[in-house]
Design a protein around this ligand. Sequence first.
Ligand SMILES: [Ca+2]
Ligand SMILES: [Ca+2]
Length: 240
Amino acid sequence: MSTIRYLCILVPFLLGVFPSLTQAGPILSGVLTPSSVPHTATVAPTTLIVDNDPLPPPAISPNTVTIVKGFIAAPPPPPFLDVFFSVAITGGITEYLVTEIVTNSTGVPWDSYHMILGFGEGAGFTKSIPGDTLDFDVPDGPFPPFFSDVFGTATLLDEDEILWSSGIVPAGGTLTFVFPLDAFDGGFTLREFPVASVSVPEPGTCLLLITGLLGLLGFRFLPTKPDRKGSSEASLTVPA
Ligand SMILES: [Ca+2]
Ligand SMILES: [Ca+2]
């Protein structure tokens, strides 16, 4: 077998087995799609190494995406912001470390937050599927773990969806997320939406309600005293 024929067989085989060996597609731009709720946003990608998992773990990718945005419309129904990333088509994957700064201008607090990777936007959005090379750096990472300065828990529901919880973003508050993702060659969408917190009475409020209820019950079942005429009607007692 000639050397050229041998290479023609070997190179495609290696590229299929080791996708990170392929020249990866860098993110060219990121824009908020028109169907998103009212918002403010800037998206700034920086690509230094066009490769998936460019450095051995636990090193993080030097490629970055910075997103600064704010939700203005109030949920529910859940509003969403779709950021569409245009990616050069080069037959590979590029890993990025994303830093997001999100402002809650919806007027209500949030108690959780969703991030979903997929394709299309608005009603035409479809979630990415397992194994299609678009993911939150799964299964190779993430290195380091996902981070938020407000939400204490990041649950990876699958390779394409993160649920942030264990924290409250007050109305008017701002929070930061840091997470990795493997960009899909050709383009992809990052959909995000917050979930408004359900108002729960404060412990002090509950105690006040219980005390008031017990007071009423005590008043209702006060022992009766016969009056001078032998009547068993209760005297109207107003607690001091
Ligand atoms: Ca990766
Ligand atoms: Ca996927």
